[in-house]
Design a protein around this ligand. Structure first.
Ligand SMILES: [Zn+2]
Length: 286
C-alpha cells in the first residue's frame, strides 16, 4: 500500500501541527476514521513532520521524509496484520524490543499500529505499559475504523482523534452515528439504495392504506435479513414520520411515530421483523 502524505486529513493535520509547534504532542494517539487509509496517510504525515529537515515541514521530499514514506526509516515502525485475522502479541513484543534500543537516526521513535481493532486481548494488554509510560521517547499512533472495538483501558491511555466527527462523513453516515450505529456498522451496511427504495414504497403504501402494503412489507423482509438492516429500516421509517411533522402533517407523523414506538417495544420482546411490519401495515388499514 503506497503512502501518500498529501492525502492526509487536512483539518486534523493542522491540529496536530499546532500541537507539534507548541510541543504539546501526546505520546499516544488513537486515530478513528472510517477511511483507514486516510488515517494511515495522516499518521505518516505526522512522522514526517517530526523528522523533516526541509524548511516547509513536512516537505515529503527530503531524505528523512522519503525514507519514512518508503518504509525505510529505522525509527518509524508500522505494524499491520500482514494479511492475518488479528494482531498478535508477537507483533507488540517487537515494538517493546525496539523501545529498549536507542533511536537510530531521530531523537524519538514513531510507531503506527494499523487496524488496531484487530489487536488480540493479550496484545492489547502488552501494549498498555508501552502507551502508559514509555521508557524511551516515542509517539504511538493506533488506527481504527471502530473505537468501540478498542479495549477501554487502551482507549483511555490515548488521545482520541475522531476524523469522522469533523465533517468527513456524509449525511447518511452522520444520521446513523447519531442513532447508535458504529462506523463498522456503517461499513457493513454498505450500499443501502435497495433498502432505501423498499422502505419508501412500504411507507407510502401504508399511508395509502392499500393491500400492497403487506406485499411490500414482505419484499422489505426479504431485503432486510440481518439485525443491522432491520434496525436501519426502522430508523428510516422514523425519519419519514419525523419529516411529516416538520412538513405540517403533525397528526399523521405523530400517529406513525406512535406505532413505531410500539414496534420498538415489540422488538424488545423478540417479535420477528416480518410480524412487526405486518403490524404497522394493519394499523393503517384500520
Ligand atoms: Zn522532509
Amino acid at each position: 500500500m503506497a503512502i501518500e502524505i498529501s492525502k492526509k486529513d487536512a483539518q486534523q493535520a493542522a491540529m496536530l501541527q499546532r500541537s507539534f509547534e507548541q510541543q504539546h504532542l501526546a505520546h499516544s494517539y488513537l486515530f478513528v476514521d472510517a477511511n483507514e487509509k486516510q488515517a494511515l496517510d495522516t499518521a505518516f504525515w505526522l512522522a514526517c513532520l517530526l523528522n523533516c529537515t526541509g524548511a516547509n515541514k513536512p516537505d515529503g521530499t527530503c531524505r528523512n521524509c522519503q525514507q519514512i514514506i518508503s518504509g525505510n526509516n529505522p525509527d518509524v515502525l508500522l505494524v499491520t496484520t500482514e494479511g492475518k485475522q488479528s494482531l498478535g502479541i508477537d507483533q507488540v513484543r517487537v515494538l517493546k524490543e525496539e523501545l529498549a534500543k536507542r533511536p537510530v537516526q531521530s531523537s524519538m521513535r514513531f510507531f503506527i499500529i494499523d487496524q488496531a481493532q484487530k489487536l488480540t486481548l493479550s496484545a492489547a494488554n502488552a501494549l498498555l505499559n508501552l502507551l502508559e509510560e514509555p521508557i524511551a521517547p516515542v509517539v504511538t499512533v493506533l488506527i481504527t475504523n471502530n473505537a468501540d472495538q478498542i479495549l477501554p483501558t487502551v482507549r483511555s491511555r490515548t488521545q482520541i482523534i475522531n476524523f469522522a466527527a469533523d465533517g468527513q462523513v456524509n449525511g447518511k453516515t452522520a444520521l446513523l452515528l447519531e442513532n447508535g450505529f458504529t462506523l463498522e456498522d456503517v461499513t457493513e451496511l454498505g450500499d443501502t439504495s435497495k433498502l432505501d427504495q423498499a422502505s419508501k414504497y412500504f411507507y407510502q403504501e401504508m399511508l395509502e392504506r392499500n393491500s400492497l402494503a403487506i406485499v411490500s412489507a414482505h419484499q422489505l423482509v426479504e431485503l432486510a435479513k440481518g439485525k443491522l438492516e432491520q434496525e436501519y429500516v426502522l430508523l428510516l421509517l422514523k425519519q419519514m414520520a419525523q419529516k411529516e411533522i416538520e412538513n405540517d402533517k403533525q397528526q399523521l407523523g405523530a400517529r406513525m411515530l406512535k406505532y413505531l414506538i410500539e414496534v420498538d417495544k415489540m422488538r424488545l420482546s423478540n417479535v420477528g421483523f416480518r410480524n412487526l411490519l405486518d403490524y404497522l401495515a394493519l394499523q393503517w388499514k384500520r
